[in-house]
Structure formats: structure tokens, C-alpha cells
Design a protein around this ligand. Sequence first.
Ligand SMILES: [Mg+2]
Length: 232
Amino acid sequence: MLIIFDLDDTLVDTSICITPRKLEEALQAMIREGLTVDNFDSALRSLLEFDAAPGASSPSALEAFLSQHGYSKIFLPVGLAKLREELSPDHEPALAVPHAFEMLHAVKNRHNLAIVTMGSPSLQYSKLKKAGIDPAFFSKIVIIEEKNKKPSYQAIIEEARLPSQEVVVCGDRVAVDLVPAKELCCHTVHMARGRGRALRESALSSGIADYAIEDWQDFPTLIERINTLGHS
Ligand SMILES: [Mg+2]
């Protein structure tokens, strides 16, 4: 089978161990450029609250933070550029989602693995490196700027020459990761972590997610079950 993974909050616990530090660095960068905040800690807390809002992303949190507090938009590009930079060398190791290593080792020889992720290439590769996930496990790593994963899914599936019943797409964001996969008739697995945690039940009941998991422990068994279903 072909298994296509999202990266952030699917293989790497981005929300927990990367985003807060990145937002802090973005705030520091905007302050260096002249943004004046009364108190750094409360400004950071506010920024993190915007980031935690349903459907938010770190860029949208920066934008909301500036506009809601009446700060000038001229600082936004500075903050956004900081978010896109690769992780700083002194960044603590990023955590892989629990059992990701065991899962990847268990499935890599039997299945074709790929990643489709949004962001800047240097940042996304640095997350894999900090999390200790070997890029060589994946036959394709596609890093896109736009919020539309469907063309990338299509291209990888066509290249693998597999019917969509033999493709599994895993991700935490239902609309971004799973809806386009369902449109292509792939199997879908919702990683109910990070920003996607609250969407678990609706993803399942709407049929957009065929399965939901919270870590990778049971995934190798699940993939063999899906594989068997496809051949029965
Ligand atoms: Mg994600």
C-alpha cells in the first residue's frame, strides 16, 4: 500500500514542542523591528491564545494578535519570516508523536511511504531532523506552500500506479489533510492530536475519517487490516 503522512502534529508533535517556541521567536523578532508591547510575557500569552483558537494556524495567530491589539500590520512579514525559518541549532529536540519510530520501522519495508506537508522546506526538514525521523524512510517528501494537498496526493498516487483503495492518507487536519484524500477515494486516518484533537468525533461521524488514532501504536495492525480489506 501507499501511505501518505502529514508531518505537523501527525509524525512530529509540533503544537507541543515547536509552535510555542516559534511564536516566541516571532514576537521577539517583531519587537526588535520596533513593535512595542507593555509586557512580553502577557503579549506571548495572548499570542499563544490566538494560536490555540479552533482552526487557527501560527501565521493566522500572528495576524490576529497584531490586529486585535491594534498593532501595525507592518510587523507581520517579520513575524511570518521568523516562523518559516528552520529550527535554531539550540532548539531542544522535537518530539515525534508517540510510537512513530516503531510504526515507521514496522511498515517501511512492506509499504510505500510518503509525506505531504505545508511550510518551508528548510523548516520542515529541520523538524524531521530534530525529531530523529529518517527522511530516507519516505519515497517522496512533498513540501507545499499552498493549502491544497489534492494535486500532490494525485501526483504521488499516479506515480505509484496504485488504485486509491490501496492508498491511506493520515493527518490531523480534517479539511486540509483528509477531505482531499476522501475526494480521491483513499482510506483516511485522522490523527486526533494537536489542532485536530477536537475534530475526532465529527471527522468520524461525517465519514471523512475512516479511522481515528491518537498515537501510532496500533497503526501497523490497522494498516494490515485495511490491506486485507482491499484484497478481499
Ligand atoms: Mg498537521
